[in-house]
Design a protein around this ligand. Structure first.
Ligand code: CA
Length: 226
């Protein structure tokens, strides 16, 4: 998933970004709310990890702004040193989906993010199943007809984006956002290459091409149709 981290502590921000990237996520990290706000307007994120004590404007103010008029409905996880019960209540009531108090491990943060993604996709189990496909986000494990399949980090991210949005057509731009962060440049046909590899390693009908629009999750039954 693509995660936006808003954290002004350089050591913590770096550790969180590196840790989540290692787990296969695409991460953009900004140190203040204004830059995060601009990033939210420019890309589609699966979750925001939001510090509260930030330079140039408190995290609570940014959260209130994002939730006002449903400007951004992206799941927001507050990660802060403020541990008072009244702070937690205020954060959740302002529209945060989860509230974590520092210090925290990357593993716990990743598990909380998975829980948010699960809730959002309407799934309640740790293994996502679709046709002959099985996907376990926590272990980054994919099976086809019960057998494990080796996918690259990018192929996994692509499959995860499609499985997290069953029944939805995703444009090429939307999918590229799930695979690459701001710092990376990419060739125009890179996405097509990943789709090709996914179909070759799994089955043709895993990814459905919607001509002129983008891609969607296919039936994944192993038939030749796509
Ligand atoms: Ca801070």
């Amino acid at each position: 998933m693509r995660v936006l981290i808003v954290e002004d502590d350089p050591l913590l921000g770096d550790a969180l970004a590196a840790g989540l990237r290692q787990l296969g996520h695409v991460v953009d990290w900004f140190r203040d709310g204004a830059r995060a706000d601009a990033a939210l307007a420019g890309a589609e994120y699966d979750a925001v990890v939001l510090d509260l004590g930030l330079p140039g404007g408190d995290g609570m103010q940014w959260l209130a702004r994002w939730r006002a008029g449903k400007r951004h409905e992206v799941p927001v996880l507050i990660l802060t040193a403020r541990d008072g019960v009244e702070d937690r209540i205020a954060g959740l009531d302002a529209g945060a989906d989860d509230y974590l108090v520092k210090p925290i491990t990357v593993d716990e943060l990743a598990a909380r993010l998975r829980a948010l993604a699960r809730r959002r996709s309407g799934r309640s189990t740790a293994v996502w199943e679709h046709g002959a496909l099985g996907f376990e986000p926590a272990a980054r494990r994919v099976t086809w007809q019960g057998r494990p399949v080796d996918l690259t980090a990018r192929e996994l991210a692509l499959l995860e984006a499609l499985m997290a949005n069953p029944g939805r057509i995703l444009s090429k731009a939307q999918l590229q956002e799930k695979l690459y962060d701001w710092g990376e440049s990419l060739e125009s046909n890179t996405l097509e290459v990943h789709v090709h590899h996914l179909r070759r390693k799994l089955a043709r009908d895993v990814v459905r091409t919607v001509r002129g629009v983008g891609y969607a999750l296919g039936a994944a039954l192993g038939s030749d149709e796509s």
